[in-house]
Design a protein. Structure first.
Length: 852
C-alpha cells in the first residue's frame, strides 16, 4: 500500500482508537489528559505564502516584506516534515503556531506522507502542490498544500506517487518547476523526475510524474586548484585598530591531496539560481568533489566539470555576487561554502567563474588551526547564506541595499556587530550554537568612524571585519593581553612575575624579553627594546594604547588576530607530560625496548634523540639539538613484587600505600633514543638515577602505566590550542620524525634561555642561576617549575544568539537545517533533537520565537 492509499486508513484508525479510549475512560474526572506533541523530530522545511482573505496559498513573493502584523492579509507559512511519524505539517509564522490539519482529532494532526520523509520541495510561484521524498517508501509524492492548512479553500488535487529504484535522501525542484532531482542512498547517481502539470486556464487541475531517469555521478577527480596568495590589503576587510601590528595575511597553502572515503554518494542538494543557466550543486559524501550540472529551460541537466575540494562534503551553500572590497558598488566575486564530511569543518571556495582560481579552497585562517578552514571551534551541521538588508528602525533614512553612511549620525549609531545587513554565512553547529561568518557587510563603512576616527559609538574603536571569518559581535576598545600578571611556580613556591620578568617569590628563572637568547647576546642589546614576532602584539606588560610603543620590553607576545587567537590559559611545565601520551598498557620488551598498545606516539608528538638527528634539522630550527623525550613510569610495582623479603631490590620503586598523592618523590624513567607509533627504544635513566633498565624491567614484568614527558624542556600547552608539534611517522620506517615541511611555529617545547614562538604566543624563559655552577638552561633534578598565564581582551565572536542581558549558551540542540526567508528576512532553525523550529531575527541578531 502506497503512502497515499494508507493516509485514509490511518485517519480512520486514529478516530476509532479515540472512540475506544473514550469508552474505556468514561467520565472519570481524575483521568490524565495527554496532549500529543505537535512536532516529532522535524527535519525539512520550505516556505510558502497564505492569503487569509482568499483562503488559499499564493506565490511566495506575495509575502515580501511581511512583518507578522495581525492587519496583514498574507501570512508567511512553513511546511515541515516530521521524520519520526512520517508526517507533513504546516506552521503559521505570523502567530508562531503549528496548524492542525484535522481539528476533529484532539491535539495536533499532521498529514501522513510515508515512512521517514527525507526531502521536501515546493515551487514558490506555484505553491498549490508540495513534493515529499520518502526514504521508507522509496519514492516521491505530490499532494495538495491545501490539505495541510485548516479552512483552506485552495484547489484540492489528486495525490501522485512515483517509485524510485533507490531510497531518496534529498529533493530539490528546478527553478522552472519542470523537474525534481533526488539524491539516492546507495546509488552513485541522482534521479531526475519530470513534473507534468494540467491546467484549466490559470487553475491547476492535476500533477503527474513522468518516468524518472538516472543521472550518474561521475568518478573523475581533477587536480585541485591552488589558491592565490591571501592579501589583507586587497582583501575585503574593514579594520580600525590602534594595534601597531598590521593585519596578517594567510600563507598560501598547497591544496590538500584529494582523498576519497568511498564511492560517489550525493549529499544535500543545492541549486545555484544566481548563475545563468542555474546550476545544480551536489556535494559528494564519498568523493572529494562537488558535482555541477547546468539546468536548461526544459529541466535537463548537463554535467559540468566538478570542483575538487580534496575532501568529501556533506552540504554546500553559495553566495550571490558580492563586491571585492568594502564600499564597492558592484558584486564581482562569489563564494561556495562546504561542510567537510570527514571532520565537519567549514571550507570556503572561490566560486567566481571568471576567476583564474575558480574552485580553489581558500586560505582563511592564521593561528594553530588549518589555514584552509574557517575557525568556528565546533562541528558544523548545516549551512545557509543569508542576505538581510532591512534598514534599522532607528535609521529610517537608510534604504534597503544601501551602504551605511558614516556622516549620518543615526545610521552610524545603529551599526554594530550584532546587526546584519548584507551577505553572511550562517553555520549550524553540533553543539546547538549558530555561527555567523562575514561575507559582505553593508554597515562596515560606519564601523569605527569615518577614516577610523571618532566612532559614533565610543567603544567601537577596535573594529575587525574580514571576509570568510566569523563575525565579531561585541564592541571592543582593547587588544589581546595577559589577564592580571603571569604566575610562576618554582620548587613549591607559588609567585608571580613583575613587569621586568622577575619572580616575586622563589629563585626561579623568570622571563626575559621576547627575542632575547642567552646564546646570542647580540639579539638583546642592553637597554634596547625587542619587538614581538610578526603578527603578534605585546600581551605582557600590557601594551599602553596611548603610547606608540610600550615603555617596557615585551615579556609575552600573543597573536593579534581576533579569528585565530583564543581566550585560554597557557602553561609551560618543566618536563611536563605530553597530552594524550598517558597509557596503562606499556610493557618492557627485549633489549632496550618498550611497547605500547594504547597510544599513537608519533601523532602525539613523541620524538627520540636519534629521531631528531635523523630529521636533519638546520641549526636554527626550534627542535635542533633536542635530546629527545623521556618515558616515566607512573604505576606502582605489581603487588607480588612489593614483598620486601622476596624482592628487596624492588623496594625503592614501590609507592607507599599511605602516600598522599600516589606519586614517587623521584620519578623513575628513561630517556628516549628512538620512537615509533607503538614502541620506544630507551636510553639512560633520567635525572641521574642509579638504576638500570634491567633493574626496572625485573620489578615491572607485566603491563605498566606510563606517560611521556619533555626531557630538559618545558611542555607548552594551551587549554584550547593544545600541544603543537611537527612529528609524524616516517612512511617507510615508521619512526617518529620531525616533519620539516610543516611550519616551525608548530612548536610545543620551550628551552631555558631560548626564545619560544608557536605562532600564537611567544616568550623566553630565562636560564636557572645555579648557586654552585651558575646559569644553566636546565633545572635541578626533582624541581618542579611552571609558567602560567591567561589571555583575554578578545572580543566576543558571533557564534551564539545574542540578546539583551548577554549571550545565550545555544540556540538549540542539533540545528539540522537552516532556512533563510527572503520574505521576512529572518533565519529559521529546524532542530531535530529539540523538536522545534526557532526563528532568528537578523537585525539585530537574536532568537525571536520558538515553535513546537
Amino acid at each position: 500500500m502506497s503512502p497515499v492509499q494508507s493516509a485514509g486508513a490511518a485517519r480512520r484508525w486514529a478516530i476509532g482508537l479515540l472512540v475506544c479510549v473514550a469508552a474505556a475512560g468514561g467520565c472519570n474526572s481524575n483521568a490524565t489528559l495527554v496532549q500529543p506533541p505537535s512536532f516529532n523530530r522535524p527535519g525539512q522545511m520550505v516556505l510558502t505564502c497564505y492569503d487569509t482573505v482568499a483562503k488559499h496559498v499564493v506565490p511566495a513573493d506575495r509575502c515580501d516584506g511581511v512583518e507578522g502584523k495581525s492587519s496583514e492579509t498574507v501570512v508567511l507559512t512553513a511546511v515541515v516534515t516530521q521524520t519520526a511519524r512520517g508526517e507533513l505539517g504546516a506552521v503559521d509564522l505570523r502567530d508562531d503556531v503549528p496548524l492542525d490539519s484535522d481539528p476533529v482529532v484532539p491535539g495536533f494532526t499532521f498529514r501522513r506522507v510515508g515512512e521517514s520523509p527525507t526531502g521536501l520541495a515546493i515551487d514558490p510561484a506555484h505553491p498549490e502542490v508540495v513534493f515529499v521524498a520518502s526514504f521508507g517508501a522509496r519514492g516521491v509524492q505530490a499532494l495538495s498544500t491545501s490539505e495541510l492548512i485548516p479552512g483552506s479553500k485552495g484547489v484540492s488535487l489528486p495525490s501522485a506517487f512515483v517509485p524510485l529504484s533507490d531510497a531518496p535522501t534529498d529533493l530539490v525542484l528546478s527553478p522552472d518547476g519542470s523537474t525534481l532531482y533526488a539524491g539516492l542512498a546507495d546509488t552513485p547517481a541522482l534521479a531526475a523526475i519530470p513534473v507534468e502539470r494540467e491546467q484549466t486556464g490559470d487553475t491547476l487541475t492535476a500533477v503527474r510524474f513522468g518516468t524518472p531517469r538516472i543521472i550518474p555521478l561521475g568518478d573523475d577527480v581533477p587536480a585541485p586548484v591552488a589558491p592565490a596568495p591571501d592579501d589583507p590589503v586587497s582583501d575585503y576587510s574593514r579594520t580600525c585598530t590602534r594595534s601597531p601590528v598590521p593585519v596578517e595575511s594567510v600563507a598560501t597553502t598547497t591544496p590538500r591531496p584529494p582523498e576519497a572515503t568511498g564511492p560517489a554518494r550525493a549529499g544535500r542538494l543545492t541549486i545555484d539560481t544566481a548563475s545563468s543557466p542555474a546550476v545544480l550543486l551536489v556535494p559528494d559524501e564519498g568523493l572529494p568533489v562537488v558535482h555541477r550540472f547546468a539546468l536548461d529551460a526544459a529541466g535537463d541537466a548537463t554535467e559540468l566539470d566538478p570542483i575538487t575540494v580534496s575532501v568529501p562534503t556533506r552540504a554546500v551553500a553559495v553566495t550571490p555576487p558580492v563586491p571585492s572590497e568594502v564600499g564597492a558598488p558592484a558584486g564581482t566575486e562569489r563564494y561556495l561554502y562546504a561542510i567537510d564530511a570527514t571532520d565537519r569543518s567549514v571550507l570556503a571556495v572561490d566560486y567566481d567563474a571568471s576567476s583564474p582560481t575558480f574552485g580553489a579552497v581558500l586560505p582563511v585562517n592564521v593561528g594553530d588551526d588549518p589555514s584552509d578552514r574557517i575557525r568556528i571551534d565546533a562541528r558544523a551541521v548545516s549551512l545557509a547564506v543569508v542576505t538581510p538588508d532591512k534598514p534599522d528602525e532607528n535609521a529610517p533614512a537608510l534604504h534597503p541595499g544601501a551602504y551605511c553612511d558614516p556622516a549620518d549620525p543615526q545610521q552610524a549609531k545603529a551599526a554594530s556587530g550584532v546587526r546584519l545587513r548584507g551577505v553572511f554565512l550562517a553555520v549550524g553547529l553540533q553543539n546547538g550554537q549558530l555561527a555567523i561568518v562575514d561575507v559582505h557587510d553593508l554597515d562596515a563603512p560606519c564601523r569605527g568612524g569615518a577614516g577610523c576616527e571618532d566612532p559614533a559609538v565610543q567603544l567601537d574603536r577596535e573594529v575587525r571585519i574580514r571576509r570568510n571569518r566569523v563575525r565579531v559581535a561585541s564592541f571592543s576598545n582593547e587588544l589581546v593581553h595577559v589577564a592580571s600578571v603571569p604566575g610562576f611556580r618554582f620548587a613549591g613556591a607559588v609567585g608571580r612575575l613583575d613587569e621586568s620578568g622577575v619572580p616575586t617569590s622563589g629563585d626561579g628563572p623568570g622571563l626575559m624579553p621576547v627575542g632575547c637568547a642567552l646564546a646570542d647576546a647580540a639579539s638583546c642589546p642592553s637597554g634596547e627594546r625587542v619587538g614581538c614576532p610578526d603578527g603578534m602584539v605585546q600581551a605582557f606588560p600590557v601594551l599602553d594604547l596611548d603610547e606608540p610603543l610600550a615603555a617596557k620590553a615585551p615579556l609575552i607576545c600573543a597573536l593579534d588576530d581576533v579569528w585565530g587567537a583564543r581566550r585560554q590559559r597557557w602553561s609551560a611545565m618543566w618536563q611536563g607530560a605530553l597530552p594524550d601520551t598517558q597509557g596503562g598498557a606499556g610493557r618492557f620488551t627485549d633489549g632496550a625496548g618498550f611497547s605500547v598498545r594504547d597510544a599513537g606516539l608519533c601523532g602525539e608528538g613523541v620524538v627520540g634523540a636519534d629521531d631528531v638527528v635523523a630529521s636533519a634539522l638546520p641549526a636554527d630550527d626550534p627542535v635542533a639539538g633536542y635530546g629527545g623525550d623521556e618515558l616515566v613510569l607512573v604505576g606502582n610495582v605489581p603487588a607480588r613484587r612489593r614483598d620486601a623479603r622476596a624482592f628487596p631490590e624492588c623496594q625503592r620503586f614501590v609507592i607507599p600505600d599511605n602516600d598522599p598523592d600516589g606519586l614517587r618523590d623521584v620519578p623513575i624513567g628513561f630517556t628516549i633514543k628512538a620512537a615509533f607509533d607503538d614502541a620506544l627504544e630507551l636510553g639512560d635513566a633520567i635525572d641521574g638515577g642509579d638504576y638500570t633498565l634491567g633493574d626496572v624491567r625485573g620489578c615491572f614484568p607485566d603491563l605498566v602505566a606510563y606517560e611521556i614527558r619533555a626531557h630538559d624542556a618545558y611542555t607548552v600547552v594551551g587549554s584550547a590550542s593544545g600541544f603543537s608539534h611537527r612529528v609524524a611517522a616516517d612512511p617507510l620506517t615508521g619512526a617518529c620524525r620531525v616533519d620539516t615541511t610543516r611550519p616551525r611555529e608548530d612548536a610545543g617545547r620551550a628551552f631555558g634561555g631560548r626564545p619560544f614562538d608557536n605562532g600564537v604566543v611567544a616568550f623566553t624563559i630565562g636560564e636557572y642561576d645555579d648557586p654552585d655552577s651558575g646559569p644553566t638552561p636546565t633545572l635541578p633534578a626533582g624541581v618542579e617549575a611552571q609558567l602560567a598565564f591567561d589571555l583575554t581582551g578578545l572580543p566576543q565572536r558571533l557564534v551564539t544568539g545574542t540578546q539583551a542581558g548577554g549571550v545565550l549558551s545555544s540556540i538549540g540542540v542539533l540545528p539540522q537545517r537552516l532556512v533563510y526567508s527572503p520574505y521576512d528576512q529572518d533565519l529559521y532553525v529546524v532542530d531535530i533533537q529539540a523538536e522545534w523550529v526557532r526563528r532568528i531575527e537578523l537585525n539585530p541578531f537574536l532568537p525571536a520565537s520558538t515553535i513546537r
